[in-house]
Design a protein around this ligand. Structure first.
Ligand SMILES: Cc1cc2nc3c(=O)[nH]c(=O)nc-3n(C[C@H](O)[C@H](O)[C@H](O)COP(=O)(O)OP(=O)(O)OC[C@H]3O[C@@H](n4cnc5c(N)ncnc54)[C@H](O)[C@@H]3O)c2cc1C
Ligand code: HEM
Length: 394
């Protein structure tokens, strides 16, 4: 908890820091990467850095954390901390790196805000930083202990399946022949890929197979170029990774996991490649003989673009109380609808717990419709396939 004196200072300076936080984080990253270029090459996502999205996520999370501390001094924004800690743990962020980030962040704050940073202001924000950092370090330590192994392990691709024109599924087994730790439906692994320029770039991929499987399964959509460069890692995986290739994977992490309490109605909504964690959830429900109602919603460009469609249909067919609602922008077959997902006519049972994964506009629209239909905001869970900018708005 923040000391009373610091709370007053943070409250008074939040608007100034908030207004400058974009500039502060820009300077922070510039300073950090100038001092430690290997962090940009081998840890941070250089696509996100170029596009500026990760900066917004970090800045937003610190501002949200500070606001939380001054508005609800007794509590902690646990969901936000958990999401960041899972991501950090999957990347192998180490406790000692927090001091490095602190050094460059506070140098940036001093440079941007100048004389406004009195010793009192610096001390108050220092307290905010370390409260957040220590909370993250503690959760990350626990997650590493639970995972019980090194951050990175070598996995061999034993099968590569073309799902659609843009999506490939890889099935992998550990090179060391050791056991495959189970995952919870909804979790992801980080993949560390060595690129042709020698950089080792890390991305997350949701596990799209069945929990309990002896192989790891991920399904990767190629991110095409256009007005911006083509996606580095997804295109690398598509172009160069085949059966026999070896990839470095983290253990499974991620706090968006399916809670399948018996009798709770579920709604699983996905769009495009967001189908990956949702397929794992359906696989789990089918494998465990789930009997409560499950509403399955999916939207895609066309049936041919609907990755894992066969699995999606087969698992759903095994659920005794499932109802399926599909939207395709093109070539919608009978029994499905044309256009973007619209839940206006979809019955939603009282007490429904919802899981969403897809592009942000899709998730925003579905979430708004679910809340209109009486679903409690706390029962709408979601996964963002990129830096979570919803955190900033939280
Ligand atoms: C928890 C989680 C789970 C995920 N699960 C899956 C999954 O199951 N399947 C899947 O396919 N993906 C998944 N993703 C997304 C995945 O991690 C990658 O983000 C995705 O594959 C793109 O990575 P990339 O290296 O190909 O693209 P990047 O190189 O990271 O590029 C990303 C975007 O940034 C843009 N960009 C790059 N440089 C610039 C620049 N200079 N200026 C402006 N824009 C630029 C690119 O054009 C591109 O649009 C998941 C992400 C998360 C966080
Ligand atoms: C209190 C300190 C920190 C805060 C508040 C913080 C916050 C965040 C947030 C909000 C994200 C995005 C999470 C998401 O995708 O939803 C993130 C990702 C990340 N963090 Fe941190 N972080 C901190 C410390 C660190 C440290 C010490 C390192 C290591 C040097 C680090 C490395 C990363 C990396 C590599 C990512 C993923 C970046 C990307 O994909 O572009 N962070 N962090």
């Amino acid at each position: 908890m923040l000391s009373e004196q610091s709370a007053a200072t943070v409250r008074a300076t939040l608007p100034v820091v908030g207004a400058a936080i974009g500039e502060i984080t820009e300077r922070f990253y510039a300073g950090l990467f100038e001092a430690r270029p290997e962090l940009l090459r081998d840890l941070f996502n250089r696509g996100n850095q170029a596009a500026g999205t990760q900066r917004q996520a970090l800045a937003g999370s610190i501002a949200a954390f500070a606001t939380h501390l001054v508005e609800r001094p007794g509590g902690r924004p646990d969901a936000m901390l958990a999401r960041i800690a899972h991501k950090h743990a999957s990347l192998g962020v180490a406790p000692e790196q927090y001091a490095l980030v602190h050094e460059h962040l506070f140098a940036a704050i001093a440079a941007v805000l100048g004389e406004a940073v009195t010793p009192q202001v610096a001390a108050a924000w220092d307290e905010v930083y370390w409260l957040m950092a220590n909370a993250l370090i503690a959760i990350e330590k626990r997650l590493h202990e639970e995972s019980g192994g090194p951050v990175w392990r070598a996995w061999e691709v034993v099968e590569r399946v073309a799902e659609t024109a843009d999506v490939v599924t890889f099935r992998l087994r550990p090179v060391d022949g050791g056991p495959v730790r189970d995952f919870r439906a909804g979790q992801y692994v980080s993949v560390r890929a060595e690129l042709p320029d020698g950089a080792r770039q890390i991305r997350q991929y949701s596990l799209s197979g069945t929990p309990g499987d002896t192989l790891r399964q991920i399904s990767v959509k190629r991110v095409p170029g256009g007005t911006t460069p083509e996606g580095e890692v997804s295109n690398h995986l598509h172009a160069r990774v085949t059966e026999g290739s070896v990839l470095e994977l983290s253990e499974p992490y991620g706090d968006l996991v399916l809670d399948d309490t018996p009798d709770t109605p579920l709604l699983l909504a996905s769009a495009g490649i967001g189908v990956t964690p949702i397929t794992a959830m359906l696989a789990h429900l089918a494998a465990t003989g789930h009997r409560a109602p499950v509403t399955v919603v999916h939207a895609d460009r066309s049936p041919a673009d609907h990755a894992l469609r066969g699995e999606h249909e087969a698992y759903t067919a095994k659920l005794p109380e499932a109802s399926v609602h599909l939207w395709y922008e093109q070539d919608a077959p009978e029994g499905t609808r044309t256009g973007l997902a619209d839940l206006a006519d979809v019955p939603v049972r009282p007490g429904t717990r919802a899981y969403l994964c897809g592009p942000l506009p899709f998730m925003r629209a579905v979430r708004a419709q679910l809340i209109e239909k009486g679903v409690a905001p706390a029962d709408v869970h979601y996964e963002v396939f990129g830096p979570d900018l919803w955190l900033a708005a939280a």
